[in-house]
Each structure stands twice: as C-alpha cells, then as structure tokens.
Design a protein around this ligand. Structure first.
Ligand code: PA5
Length: 429
C-alpha cells in the first residue's frame, strides 16, 4: 500500500473508547458490504475505473495533440469538474509541455488578465461539465468561443476545443456540435466530485505530464484491499469512516481538518473539502471540512485548533522529507548561536520536524489526530489517497444515512441567481 494510516491518537481519554469504535466499525462493515455489492453488479461505475486501461488508450491521441500544438490549455468547469484535475496537475513536473489553467470562476478581471497573456493560436480549451448546463461553465465557454472566434475563426475553434459532457442533448453538447467541437463522454453514472479518476481528472493531468496509469494503479490497491477486507479494520477507508462518524456522534466533533505537509497536496486538500462537504452535508448531518497546508497553517489556524473549541478531528498527511532539499551552510551560522539547530539541515528536515511536532502537540492537547503517511508525493500515492477518501466518504454516508451522490440544497442559490440575472438584464450598461 502506498500510504499508512494511524488512528491511534483518535482513541483514549476524551476521544473514542474501544467500545465506541467497535460500534462504528459494525456500521462501517455494512458500508463495505454495500460497496462490494455495487462493485459486483457494476452499478457504481467509479469502482470499475481503477482496473480499466482501455479508456486511457483511447485518450492518447487527444493528449498528444494538445501537447504538440499548445503552449497553454484552459480547463473550463467548476466543482467536481475541476478540483480533481487540479489535484492531479499539482503533481506535474515542469516538462516543457503546455501550462494548464483551471478557470473555475466567472471572475471577469481574472478572465481578462489571463487572455491578455495568451497566444490563442497556441491555446487549447477543454470544457468539462457533466450536466452540460452549469451556468458558470457555460458562461466561460461562451466567452471563450467569442474570443477564439474573433481570433482564430470557427475552424480554429474546432481544432483547439474539446468538450467532456454526458452524451445527451444538453446545451454544452449542442453548442459543441454547432461548432464541430469533439465531445468526449462523461460517464452519466459518475458524479462530478467522484470523477477524478475518469477522463475528467485524468485528461488535464496526462497533458500536464502526470503518469495517469500509475494514478489508477494506486487507486486500485486501495479499492482491492477494501473489497477484500473481512474486517473493516483491514480497510483504511472503512476505519477512517468509522472514526470520523463515531467522533461526530459520540463527542460532538463537528469539523474535520485535512492538513497536508506538502505543497503538492494543497489542491488535494481543496478536492477533499468539496468531496466531504457536498457528499455528507445533508439533513442536518455532516462535519465541516477544513483544508490546510503545513507548515503554513501553523501560523494561521493552529492556535485555534490547539486552544479553541475541542470540536475538530485532524488528519495530518505527510510524505518522507527528511534529508530532502536545500541544506544550510553551517559556516553562515558560526556567529548566530540561536540558529545553531538549523546548521547543516535541509528544508525537508524542518518540514518533517514540524509535521511531527504539530501532530504530537494536537494529540497532547487531547485532540483526535489521524496520520496518513504517503510513500511519496507521486502518482501512485495520490491515486491511493484519492480513492481512500472517495471510499471513506461513501462509507461515512452509508453510516450517516445520507446519499453521497446528490446535492439538492445548492439548487436554491442557482434559482435565485437566475432570477437576479433576469432582473438586471438591461441595467448592466
Ligand atoms: O460534485 C458535483 O457534483 C458538483 O460539484 C459538480 O461537479 C459541479 O456542480 C459542476 O457540475 P457540472 O459538471 O454538471 O457542470
């Protein structure tokens, strides 16, 4: 397995008792059984992705074309259509390939600024929307169509754009057809925030140079272990779900902090935040996810976590960093005794020490702390981590009695936004 999870510091005085954990594990067992059933009958296509390679082969020409012709790629889309790709692209090494820009928002200033810096002759666009009707994505798409039409013409658009959407007559598909833009199918059975291992997350990642086969390999390890586990304790996601749900239920833990000690996992923390919030926040249930990066958030949120309300669970994600990176020159410190302890040490040494120090301090303050140690910040480990949290979320939802795959409440804001658009029509200039 490309990571190790420890929940030892979630147990004990003021945290979970063995009996409380055992009770939750009994429920997690049922969640695992549900996963096994879905895997068996194919009704949750997400679970088939780690074992597939045929779809990746089919993507190869698309990837090669973007890599060959583009210096920049705009990825249009929001929420689950964007965050998975962002998490994976954060792994990419500079390789001389295209720069990937995730637009996500409809911020007019950022849009204008970005376009000022682009050569549209050498810019590709990937528009992603499962429903093909999300207003922000459609607005981004329409704005791009106009800019590109003015610059490279309709034939240029057909060569530079690709759309990923459900194979239905949705607005995005219809517009793509009008402009002869190729459409790749978004599997209707895979929801946005569970789509990172599909072409939604993997296409941008592959263009950026990430080994997407290795991402799937890492995910497959976690899935296989979960499906094979007789005891939920043998499946890290089931154990994680049991701890999380039991802490909420038995100890009023209402927030869950995901803190990664690696800049390469900053976007993964955002991806987790959306997955957890949108999947579980229903019917008065759910816990509030908080994304954080170590050591940065030690200087931002840690005071509250250690000394504020005891209402949070912590997941500290690390990868080996000891001995990594730039090393200080001891000669520079010969007359600065206060910094003696940094002499001859590396950036990675300090990152490692702070990760351990923070986890220990939280545990010593009686806070429930889970640690997840990746083998490396690389494609297999990230694939494993992503699969871990998708499974943990689904199992937690099962235990909480909520449907992880819908988000009915967010419609309310969309309906009002539509009304405001109608109300302000004609008054905007
Ligand atoms: O996870 C989800 O289902 C959502 O966050 C969607 O991804 C988001 O609303 C965008 O939807 P769509 O892909 O249909 O444009």
């Amino acid at each position: 397995m490309s990571y190790k999870q420890s929940i030892d510091n979630c147990l004990g005085e003021g945290r979970l008792s063995e009996a409380q954990l055992a009770g939750a594990l009994g429920q997690a067992r049922l969640g695992l059984a549900q996963l096994r059933a879905w895997h068996g009958d194919g009704s949750l296509p997400l679970l088939a992705l780690p074992g597939r390679r045929d779809d990746l082969e089919a993507l190869s020409p698309v990837i090669a074309s973007f890599q060959e012709h583009c210096t920049d790629i705009l990825v249009l889309g929001t929420g689950g259509s964007s965050l998975g790709g962002r998490a994976l692209c954060a792994l990419a090494q500079p390789h001389g390939g295209p720069r990937i820009h995730f637009l996500e928002n409809v911020d007019p200033w950022r849009f204008a600024q970005l376009f000022d810096s682009l050569d549209l002759e050498r810019t590709g666009v990937i528009a992603i929307s499962k429903s093909g009707g999300t207003s922000e994505t459609m607005m981004q798409f329409l704005a791009c169509l106009k800019r590109f039409r003015d610059s490279v013409g309709d034939a240029g658009i057909a060569r530079r754009f690709t759309v990923i959407t459900e194979p239905t007559g949705n607005p995005l598909h219809r517009l793509a057809d009008e402009f002869a833009i190729p459409c790749l199918d978004h599997d209707p059975g895979i929801g946005g925030r569970f789509s990172v291992l599909s072409l939604v997350g993997l296409l941008p990642a592959a263009i950026a140079g990430v080994d997407i086969g290795a991402v799937r390999d890492g995910a497959a390890e976690v899935l296989e272990a979960a499906l094979a586990a007789d005891d939920p304790k043998d499946s890290a996601p089931a154990l994680g779900a049991a701890v999380s749900v039991a802490l909420a239920r038995e100890h009023g833990v209402s927030a869950t902090v995901f803190m990664a000690y690696a800049d390469g996992l900053r976007e993964t923390a955002l991806w987790f935040r959306q997955l957890w919030a949108e999947s579980l926040g229903k019917q008065g249930r759910g816990t509030t996810p908080i994304d954080a990066v170590g050591t940065v958030d030690q200087h931002s949120q840690l005071q509250l976590w250690l000394d504020g309300p005891a209402d949070k669970m912590f997941t500290i994600v690390t990868a080996p960093s000891l001995g990594q990176g730039d090393r200080t020159d001891p000669a520079m410190l010969s007359r600065i005794p206060e910094l003696d302890w940094l002499a001859g040490r590396t950036l990675g040494d300090l990152l490692d020490a702070h990760a351990r120090g923070t986890a220990d301090a939280l545990a010593a303050a009686g806070r429930p702390v889970r640690t997840m140690r990746l083998d490396a910040v690389d494609a297999p480990s990230l694939g494993a981590l992503l699969m871990h949290f998708m499974l943990e979320t689904i199992i937690a939802a099962h235990m909480m009695g909520v449907n992880p795959f819908d988000q009915p409440a967010v419609e309310q804001g969309k309906i009002r936004a539509r009304a405001y658009m109608d109300e302000t029509r004609g008054t905007e200039r």
